[in-house]
Ligand binder design. Structure first.
Ligand SMILES: NC(=O)C1=CN([C@@H]2O[C@H](COP(=O)(O)OP(=O)(O)OC[C@H]3O[C@@H](n4cnc5c(N)ncnc54)[C@H](O)[C@@H]3O)[C@@H](O)[C@H]2O)C=CC1
Ligand SMILES: O=C(O)/C=C\C(=O)CC(=O)O
Length: 343
């Protein structure tokens, strides 16, 4: 055994009602000009965050957009500077956190995250930015949220379809953490527990979206998934998700959902140890369990469901292997085309 275990420096608060502790957490950081960012759809949540922050809130920006378009990131950075912000709270899904990260990266201020989906972004030092149809990602410790508040009450409003796709976005982090070249024994324990929790909780959330216990269990799985993504190298699955989702401006979580069963089928024969861990966590053949569960839950299963054509997919396919991803089974361009065609 040989590994390097990385620190995870975030302070994590978990539990129903903990959003109300946001003001105390800002006080703990001794910040006084906090800019709140969210998506237009979550504006009320941003205003609630402002209320919890009280005099410490400098303003609310409800402009976040999926895949962090460059112009949206730059406008957010400029507004944070105008407001004299000394911290940023991102409340909402991965898009809100993505804008918060863009501000943290340029303005160099601490980020607090209050996630309302299962994207896992709140746990990672990974930033993203999309320019001219090309999504770039990188890692910078400055964007890793210092404080993360997981409050399952914020997630009960998440529509069932988004809950399903977002949960699969989380599951994809756990899967890739298992086969990453820099995985560790601790990451593997977390990732296996994450997969087990997500696959157990998701059907319960679909049948009872207001069930706080089911929502909490799913959020717990998403937390562990994000924790794994934070410290491991992303492989083919995330490369494809970024090339296809960012390149064609498709919904991020839906893109992960269409891809995951296919990338699992392509990769698992090369990593029987991971196949065994996942079979144990999911209670059967991972590809079969996932495919059956997603069909039953009404998830998108093809790129056509997301509005992409075969020609769109063929155009972006070569980017998936330039440079080759660090993956247990590196595909040729022809194999990428085949996988995307099938999807
Ligand atoms: N850097 C990282 O580590 C990661 C980044 N991401 C990024 O996050 C973005 C996708 O994030 P998602 O969370 O999938 O989507 P999102 O943040 O765009 O949310 C999807 C939609 O649901 C709405 N919404 C969010 N929470 C809600 C709730 N509780 N109730 C009702 N509506 C709600 C939003 O307003 C939005 O319209 C992408 O840009 C992706 O690249 C995703 C995973 C990891
Ligand atoms: O694909 C993911 O879920 C993980 C990382 C990103 O989305 C990168 C980003 O845009 O922040």
């Amino acid at each position: 055994m040989r590994f390097t275990e990385l620190p995870r420096p975030a302070r994590v608060l978990f539990g129903a009602g903990r959003f109300a502790e946001l003001g105390d957490e800002a006080a703990r950081l001794d910040v006084h000009r906090v800019v709140v960012v969210t998506t237009p759809g979550r504006k009320a949540l941003g205003e609630q965050a402002a209320e919890y922050l009280g005099d410490r809130c400098a303003g609310v920006l409800a402009d976040a957009v999926e895949h962090v378009p460059g112009e949206v990131a730059d406008a957010g950075v400029a507004r944070a500077r105008e407001l004299g912000a000394d911290a940023c709270v991102a409340v909402g899904g991965g898009s809100s956190i993505g804008l918060g990260k863009a501000i943290a990266r340029d303005v160099r201020l601490p980020l607090l995250a209050v996630p309302s989906t299962y994207s896992g972004s709140e746990m990672t030092p990974v930033w993203g930015r999309t320019e001219d149809g090309v999504k770039t990602t990188g890692r910078d410790e400055a964007v890793r949220p210092a404080i993360v508040v997981y409050d399952p009450e914020l997630t009960t409003s998440l529509p069932v379809r988004t809950s399903v796709t977002s949960a699969v976005n989380g599951l994809a982090h756990a899967v890739e953490a298992l086969w990453a070249p820099d995985t560790t024994p601790v990451v593997r324990l977390e990732a296996a527990e994450s997969a087990r929790a997500i696959v157990d909780a998701l059907p319960r959330v679909v049948s009872a979206p207001d069930d706080l216990d089911a929502r909490a269990d799913l959020l717990y799985g998403a937390w562990l998934a994000g924790a794994g993504l934070a410290v491991t190298t992303m492989g083919l699955h995330h490369r494809l998700a970024h090339v296809v989702g960012g390149g064609l401006d498709l919904p991020h979580a839906g893109t992960h959902t269409v891809l995951l069963p296919r990338v699992l089928a392509f990769t698992l024969p090369a990593v029987p140890d991971v196949a065994a861990v996942l079979a144990d966590a999911l209670g059967g053949d991972p590809v079969e369990v996932l495919t059956t569960m997603l069909a039953r839950l009404g998830a998108p299963t093809t790129f056509a469901d997301l509005g992409a054509s075969a020609a769109d997919l063929a155009a972006v396919a070569p980017r998936a292997v330039e440079p080759p991803p660090r993956h247990p089974r590196v595909p040729t361009v022809a194999e990428v085309r085949e996988l995307l065609d099938a999807a």
